[in-house]
Design a protein around this ligand. Structure first.
Ligand code: ZN
Length: 204
């Protein structure tokens, strides 16, 4: 399986990092070795001083597809979960300045946190109106809603599949809302999709 992440999919987040609002989806990938599951603790690597949390809705692909038309894209996932796209912001900033790829900042071990529970689409009132949020030590730090995405789930699936064949079990992290910031040792991160807690883990 592979992990595909969308960048800059919320206007307020693109602006907080002084990035342009894109006119087509921006995506990058993480390897399967970056997955962190079961609410296991996240260990801050020793080569960065600025790991940021990015809470994101995650789609799980349920059939193989290439060149998927937008009108059929909804058939390619039936579950939505929650993840954190950890980003070594200091490393990413240096790579961006040099025009280099982001893998060191995004694809490292444990950088793709994933909740164990996925919610079936039919259990949600409206996939285009899903609230999610991240609390750290009980304080709200990020709040998002899928209705604020620049590119919808269907846009994303259609666009990615022009370039990359989607396979069963692939994960798509659909971008983070505003409010990203650093984590520190001892923090407890709790992620909610609607009212359900899908993530609850510590930083070590
Ligand atoms: Zn992200």
């Amino acid at each position: 399986m592979k992990i595909i992440c969308i960048g800059r999919n919320y206007v307020a987040h693109a602006k907080e990092l002084n990035n342009e609002v894109p006119d087509e989806p921006v995506f990058f990938m993480k390897p399967d070795s970056s997955l962190l599951r079961n609410n296991d603790p996240f260990y801050i690597p020793d080569w960065t001083n600025d790991v940021h949390h990015e809470i994101e809705l995650v789609l799980k692909i349920n059939r193989i597809g290439k060149n998927i038309e937008k009108r059929f894209a909804h058939r390619y996932f039936d579950e939505i979960g929650l993840g954190v796209d950890f980003t070594a912001r200091d490393v990413q900033q240096k790579l961006k300045e040099k025009g280099l790829p982001w893998e060191k900042a995004k694809a490292f071990d444990q950088a793709a946190v994933l909740g164990n529970t996925f919610i079936k689409k039919e259990e949600l009132n409206d996939a285009a109106n899903i609230q999610f949020k991240l609390n750290i030590n009980g304080n709200l730090v990020q709040y998002g809603n899928s209705n604020l995405m620049i590119f919808s789930f269907d846009d994303i699936i259609s666009h990615i599949s022009k370039y990359v064949t989607l396979k069963i079990g692939d994960l798509i992290y659909t971008g983070t809302p505003a409010g990203v910031g650093p984590v520190k040792i001892g923090d407890r991160l709790v992620g909610f999709l609607e009212e359900k807690i899908l993530l609850d883990f510590e930083i070590k």
